[in-house]
Design a protein around this ligand. Structure first.
Ligand SMILES: Nc1nc2c(ncn2[C@@H]2O[C@H](COP(=O)(O)OP(=O)(O)OP(=O)(O)O)[C@@H](O)[C@H]2O)c(=O)[nH]1
Ligand SMILES: [Mg+2]
Length: 442
């Protein structure tokens, strides 16, 4: 559902990335575009305003981290603020003595009955014994719908027909759960076309009778901004402990998901992602934020690079490569940087386009080998590192001894280094290839 927004945001980041260095004007322009993209995705205007203000403040106040390219820095801030806006990870608070009652409320057709069954299934999978209660006596087929779902899942449903008031059915349901030893009760309630007083009064009565620990609003993401107003209305009147956003698999623009927590202060706990009975996901703000930005791997890479990667140094290396003045000393420096970033094979997997090269590389150059190579170079004198040509037989023996390796290994490294220099010179003729390599080794 976030496709459009994701595309727009990525376009903004890409444009920023082309600038090389960012001036404040560039940041402002980028933020204007991000603002538009969010508004077009139907995010509540107040949420957009706050969001942009926070990103602006951070972007301006941020220490210039040399380890990140400017547009990466913006991606990082936008990601962080998106997580902040989306709130905390959603989990059910099943506290107090069992049975724990979960009450589902919402407008007509928002997905309450389906979600009741989805929740029951998940709860059973995590070791609970749920009982569903048919508290919708208004729509003729509502009770049957829940009973059919119960039979499908082989889970019990408590119902008393259409002529008993819902507060009584729900209170009876809790008693029934106690009798059967069910530890969770899920109340399905009736929907209305819009929030009306009579409906709210009945929900209040159900709440009083069944004393739920969780009162969850089931809201249809497709209704966009309206969903935000609905949530506000329900929260004011009956008090919500959480939100379940359904139909996020549809072509909604995503605004509701981003706005609801910020506007209502009520946390999102689950996302309904399809009509199937297992299509219910626990809500994780960081995952959703990454999904919205559409750059999960890039974000991970940014995180790691931040602690180890120095852009200035990369530029210096690139210049050296271009001038073919790359020495063993530089080689060592690059190795040490790579080492700080984590296991080599993992890093290679994350570099876009490395898929084909990576299997060979990671098989050949293990982290253990990196350590030995480092030891060999460390045992050389600075002069030897700059001019490997002067390394004769006796120097090789000294280096091997100093690094706890063998003359063969020293030879192998020197050969590898010569080959690498040759390769780099060739690549240097095609600028793109060289850039890729500097990134890789920087
Ligand atoms: N694609 C998709 N469809 C969903 C999702 N959740 C529910 N639906 C569909 O939405 C329709 C309404 O779902 P119900 O569970 O009956 O909604 P309700 O809130 O109980 O409706 P009323 O009882 O009439 O108020 C059904 O066709 C469901 O299959 C979802 O996450 N994704
Ligand atoms: Mg229903």
């Amino acid at each position: 559902m976030f496709e459009n927004l994701t595309e727009k945001l990525q376009a903004v980041f890409k444009r920023l990335g082309k600038r090389g260095t960012l001036r404040e004007g560039d940041v402002d322009e980028g933020l204007r575009e991000i603002r538009l993209a969010l508004l077009e995705a139907d995010v509540h205007y107040k949420v957009v305003k706050d969001f942009i203000a926070r990103v602006h403040e951070k972007a301006i106040g941020a220490e210039i981290t040399k380890s990140l390219r400017p547009e990466q820095q913006i991606v990082k801030i936008v990601h962080q603020e998106l997580i902040e806006t989306l709130g905390e990870p959603g989990r059910l608070e099943l506290t107090g003595p069992a049975p724990h009652v979960i009450m589902l409320v919402g407008l007509q057709g928002s997905g309450k009955t389906t979600t009741a069954a989805k929740l029951a299934l998940q709860l059973r999978q995590t070791g609970h014994l749920p009982l569903m209660v048919a508290g919708d006596t208004y729509r003729p087929a509502a009770i049957t719908q829940l009973e059919v779902l119960g039979r499908q899942l082989e889970l019990p449903v408590h119902s008393e027909g259409q002529n008993v008031p819902p507060p009584k059915i729900c209170a009876d349901g809790v008693r029934e759960a106690r009798r059967r030893g069910s530890d969770v009760v899920i109340l399905d309630t009736a929907g209305r076309l819009q929030i009306d007083d009579e409906m709210m009064a009945e929900l209040e009565a159900v709440k009083k009778a069944a004393k739920p620990v969780e009162t969850l609003l089931v809201a249809d993401a497709m209704t966009g901004q309206e969903a935000v107003n609905v949530a506000g209305g329900f929260h004011q009147r009956i008090g919500l402990t959480g939100l379940i956003l359904t139909k996020v698999d549809g072509d909604a623009r995503g605004g509701a998901a981003i706005s609801m927590r910020a506007v209502t202060g009520v946390p999102i706990k689950f996302l309904g992602t399809g009509e199937k009975i297992d299509a219910l996901e626990a809500f994780y703000p960081d995952r959703l934020a990454s999904r919205i930005l559409g750059m999960g791997d890039v974000l991970t890479l940014i995180e790691r690079a931040e602690s180890a990667f120095d852009e200035e140094q990369a530029e210096r290396m690139e210049r050296k490569l271009r001038e073919a003045s790359f020495t063993l000393e530089d080689f060592l420096e690059q190795f040490q940087q790579i080492k700080q970033m984590g296991p080599l094979s993992q890093l290679l997997d994350m570099v876009p386009g490395m898929g084909q090269l990576a299997p060979n590389l990671s098989a050949e150059v293990t982290d253990e080998q990196l350590k030995r190579i480092e030891a060999i170079i460390l045992s050389m004198t600075p002069e030897e590192r700059r001019k490997p040509k002067i390394i004769d037989g006796s120097r090789k023996r000294r280096i091997a001894q100093g690094s706890g390796t063998s003359v063969q290994e020293v030879n192998a490294l020197l050969n590898q280094f010569r080959q690498m220099q040759k390769m780099l010179k060739q690549l240097g003729k095609g600028k793109r290839g060289m850039r890729g390599l500097t990134r890789l080794f920087g």
